[in-house]
Design a protein around this ligand. Structure first.
Ligand code: SAM
Length: 493
């Protein structure tokens, strides 16, 4: 019988053969880390970017390759590389701060020597050389000749994609056209600072929850400790000195919206079954980027985007820029509303929570869902679009109504049930981030079912959030999450 190492190697070879032939048949060269990359704008999607079978093959290869590395690398080295990855966040934050990818983009394919980079960025050349060597060792940037570096397809995503003169003058606009850089910079800044309070928070939190009389004040979250603020993350973003951070976060999030709102959400909500004039309420909808995509595909429906004051002010500007007609003819209304208060739009066809529940602990999600239930009518549905947590073991953890390929039983042996970093990798990172920022969490199907039962909603179905049966891509380029729609309908009708 073949060893698991051989089986992993076979998954990789079979997958690579399929991947190469798919590229070959489409007349496209397979991606290479050796090609310099210095585009003036993020590369447009290729015909293969949304190819489900290619995506599936890539994930199997990535899952198998990661497992093979973890199997044959010494355990000591696995741990050293894992814990040392804190310097990946630190160095990425630094290269974004000095706009290195923009500087290298401007130099074209010949790259730049660290002495030249030092003259432009005013950073010590030997520091630059070491940081770039660290990142190039991990395939981010490429060293063309000793100490001469260029962007590759990964590091190019760290650029601003705006002229440097514009970006240098307007710090606030720095990330407007660069969702991947915005996302990376957010983790390298807030994330890295918060992470240092992680262990002490987890060890103390339970004591405070179990002995509320002795410890009446909730132990502050890693976020609150790191930034020395009693405010929650969103309130803190409203402090004037954090305007640039809020805008960076919006750039990271709106990058998502453009990509996965229209094609995926429409499919997930099955919006064609709604009647003209039916109301969709985008609860905690931010500026309404998801609603914009829904509206464009389904202008016969009516929409309400609800959020807190600051987001609704930003939403007015967003809709003025993108679709003023929808506001003018009241197809779309923007409403300041806290989802902890009674829902002001009764009996909507759909209450939609997109990437909201994972920001909150169970007690708060119960409050949000209870307020929606109190406002819901007989036919109202609650649609939750969020990441679904998957176990790593190979037991079928999912039981929704349609057979689908994402249950772990369809993942080939000996891969992890959630495909490891190729499947739930990013989800588990986001889960840790939610914990540290909000005491929020990514939930399993069982978690959602229980929350529904506690608040009067019955779980109707759970399904992948797009036509790709296995996975969906939610951020442009690099970032991929498993997002699922959880449909809940009123229990007590
Ligand atoms: C991760 S964002 C998701 C935004 C939007 N649903 C999307 O998918 O782009 C979470 C949103 O919840 C909003 N939010 C936070 N607390 C809220 C509250 N009490 N009531 C309404 N919205 C709130 C935030 O302002 C933010 O826009």
């Amino acid at each position: 019988m073949a060893s698991s190492l051989t089986t992993l190697a076979e998954i990789i070879s079979a997958g690579i053969r399929d991947i190469e032939s798919t590229y070959h048949n489409a007349g496209i060269t397979p991606p290479s880390l050796d090609e310099p990359s210095h585009p003036a704008s993020p590369a447009p999607p290729t015909p293969l970017d949304n190819n489900p079978s290619l995506d599936q093959q890539k994930r199997l290869v990535i899952a198998a390759a990661a497992q093979l590395i973890a199997s044959i690398q010494t355990p000591v080295d696995v741990l050293k590389e894992s814990v040392g990855s804190l310097y990946t966040a630190a160095t990425l934050g630094f290269v974004i701060d000095i706009k290195l990818a923009d500087v290298l983009n401007a130099s074209g394919s010949k790259g730049l020597h660290v002495d030249e980079i030092a003259a432009i960025t005013n950073v010590d050349a030997s520091h630059l050389a070491r940081v770039l060597r660290y990142l190039a060792t991990r395939h981010i940037f490429r060293e063309l000749s000793p100490d001469v570096f260029t962007n590759n397809r990964i590091s190019a995503l760290l650029a601003s994609y705006q002229p440097l003169e514009v970006v240098n003058k307007n710090k606030l606009a720095r990330f407007d056209a660069a969702p991947s850089a915005a996302h990376t910079s957010h983790y390298a800044d807030e994330g890295l600072k918060i992470a240092t309070f992680f262990s002490s928070y987890l060890q103390t939190h339970k004591t405070h929850t179990e002995y509320p009389n002795e410890y009446p004040n909730e132990y502050p979250l890693p976020f609150n400790q790191a930034f020395n603020t009693p405010d929650n993350f969103y309130e803190w973003y409203e402090h004037p000195q954090n305007e640039w951070r809020a805008r960076r976060f919006a750039a990271a999030m709106n990058g998502n919206g453009k990509r996965f709102a229209g094609d995926i959400i429409s499919d997930g909500i099955n919006i064609t079954s709604l009647n003209p004039g039916d109301v969709v309420v985008d609860v905690g909808g931010g500026v309404g980027s998801a609603t914009l995509a829904l509206y464009k595909q389904n202008p016969h429906l009516r929409y309400v985007v609800q959020d807190l004051d600051a987001q609704i002010s930003a939403a007015k500007k967003f809709w003025d820029e993108h679709c003023p007609d929808a506001i003018r003819d009241q197809s779309v209304r923007l409403q300041v509303h806290s989802f902890f208060d009674p829902q002001p739009i009764p009996s909507a066809a759909i209450y939609f929570l997109r990437i909201v529940t994972h920001n909150w602990p169970d007690t708060d999600v119960r409050n949000i869902m209870s307020q929606l239930k109190a406002g819901a009518g007989r036919a109202s549905k609650l649609v939750i679009f969020d990441v679904l947590a998957h176990h790593t073991c190979r037991s079928p953890s999912l039981s929704w109504d349609q057979p689908h390929a994402s249950s772990s039983s369809s993942v080939p042996y000996p891969l992890l049930g959630n495909l490891g970093i190729a499947g739930a990798g990013i989800d588990t990172i986001v889960d840790m981030h939610m914990l540290a920022l909000f005491n929020g969490k990514e939930r399993t199907e069982a978690d959602f079912k229980k929350l529904g039962e506690e608040t009067g909603w019955k779980l109707e179905s759970v399904r992948p959030g797009c036509w790709l049966r296995w996975f969906i891509r939610v951020l442009e380029h690099l970032i991929e999450l498993w997002c699922y729609f959880v449909y809940l309908t009123g229990l007590c009708l």
